[in-house]
Design a protein around this ligand. Structure first.
Ligand code: FAD
Ligand code: NAP
Length: 340
């Protein structure tokens, strides 16, 4: 039987740095470990929470069950054809280290996703995305184990129902599967995406005239380091809310009062994506701090723990933001971070 620890502190296992405990905790390094821990958990009839790097969770209380940290390791080139490399990474691989490995090997397509915290296993959960790329663009398949009957299932692209920071694993199949590995389909020939945000500006500053994977990754890393708080220094879980996608009609109505509202029309849907950061700033929260909770001054979409904030306090702060934004703009912000 795997080593199961009791009343285990999760403070170092969540990027908000919230001081909570798990009733039981186990770190699994092999699929057999996961299977035997699931047997134990079912006998105990105790709730289960699967954790990766803990960079997209907010704990509002102790977890009264088993926290299973998925630490499966390994990266393999499964096959290749004329156009693609098919690269399989186990769930416990660190995402950014995986991106760096792909950059080194010239496996193209995820360089824009540099420096996103967390592990490979969580990447399909919310279809991680940044700077114009989402993992759905490079996703081939994943393997996951069903937590009840313990069979291993392969999910193809269409099975995952990827959406904007969304997938079937956050919805209909929530808490039902443990993702074991993800296979990515990475291009042999580059199609660089530098048009987003200030990547081009950063490349210019770096004096790069012919961008390649490595220089794009470097530019993204630089931009992120300048704008986002490092969770090792200031607890946070990245964007706390999703950027809302609203009907064009509502967008036009808001524009009458706020002509400067930024928006990105989503083609053929009559909807527009509005940066949540802008809405939060207009609602007066940019840089606002209450006790040890605040909106990060350089990016108000990121809520931060300035010291010893509780999960409950951060949650209450986020409810306050939701309320104020709804009142001012008639837009209901949705939390991106998983609340426990
Ligand atoms: P965790 O926080 O451990 O888990 C997240 C959810 O997935 C939980 O519900 C958990 O139960 C579930 N889960 C984890 N692993 C598994 C598994 N193997 N099987 C089944 N369920 C699992 N996200 C973006 O999309 N784009 C960004 O640019 C971005 N930038 C960020 C910047 C900062 C500074 C921070 C702190 C976060 C950022 N994030 C971003 C959010 C976060 O990094 C991603 O969501 C990441 O994929 C979370 O990975 P994790 O391993 O830490 O997941
Ligand atoms: P930003 O570049 O200031 O952009 C703010 C907003 O505008 C985001 O909603 C972004 O959408 C949208 N946007 C900007 N340019 C766009 C374009 N050309 N087409 C469509 N939409 C556009 O954002 P940022 O805060 O500095 O973050 C940079 C990138 O990293 C973004 O992609 C962001 O999603 C990602 N990021 C995510 C997290 C997280 O935790 N989820 C944390 C930090 C950064 P998108 O969000 O769809 O890109």
């Amino acid at each position: 039987m795997e080593h199961i620890q009791s009343f285990f502190s999760l403070t170092r296992l969540n990027s908000f740095g919230i001081d909570v405990k798990a009733k039981y905790f186990c770190k699994a390094n092999a699929i057999d470990n996961i299977l035997s821990v699931l047997d134990w958990q079912q006998k105990q009839q105790t709730p289960l929470l699967v954790l990766g790097g803990g960079s997209n969770v907010l704990f509002t209380k102790d977890f009264d069950g088993l926290v299973l940290q998925n630490a499966l390791k390994g990266i393999t080139l499964e096959k290749e054809d004329d156009t693609y490399y098919y690269v399989k990474a186990m769930a416990g691989e660190n995402w950014h280290e995986f991106v760096c490995y792909c950059v080194e090997q010239q496996y193209q397509g995820i360089e824009n996703l540099s420096l996103i915290p967390g592990n490979v296993g969580a990447s399909p959960m919310q279809n991680i995305g940044a700077y114009g790329v989402e993992i759905k663009d490079v996703f081939e398949s994943l393997e996951a184990i069903h937590v009840q009957d313990k069979h291993i299932q392969v999910f193809q692209h269409a099975d995952c129902q990827f959406g904007y920071r969304d997938s079937i694993f956050k919805n209909a199949l929530r808490n039902q599967y443990i993702i074991l590995s993800v296979t990515f389909k990475l291009r042999k020939q580059p199609i660089y995406n530098t048009s987003y945000g200030n990547i081009e500006q950063a490349l210019e500053q770096m004096k790069v005239t012919t961008p390649d994977m490595a220089s794009i990754a470097k530019a993204v890393i630089q931009i992120r380091q300048q704008k986002l708080p490092d969770p090792k220094v200031l607890g946070n879980a990245g964007s706390f809310f999703k950027n809302p996608i609203i009907p064009d009609q509502l967008f036009e109505a808001i524009k009458l009062k706020y002509p400067q509202i930024p928006g990105f029309p989503i083609s053929q849907t009559n909807t527009t994506k509005v940066p949540a950061a802008w809405l939060i700033e207009q609602a007066g929260f940019k840089g606002f701090r209450l006790g040890d909770v605040g909106c990060y001054p350089l990016q108000p979409l990121v809520l931060v723990n300035y010291g010893n904030a509780s999960g409950e306090a951060i949650y209450a702060f986020s409810s306050n933001i939701i309320e104020r934004v709804a009142k001012e703009f008639n837009i209901e912000l949705e939390r991106e971070v998983n609340i426990y």
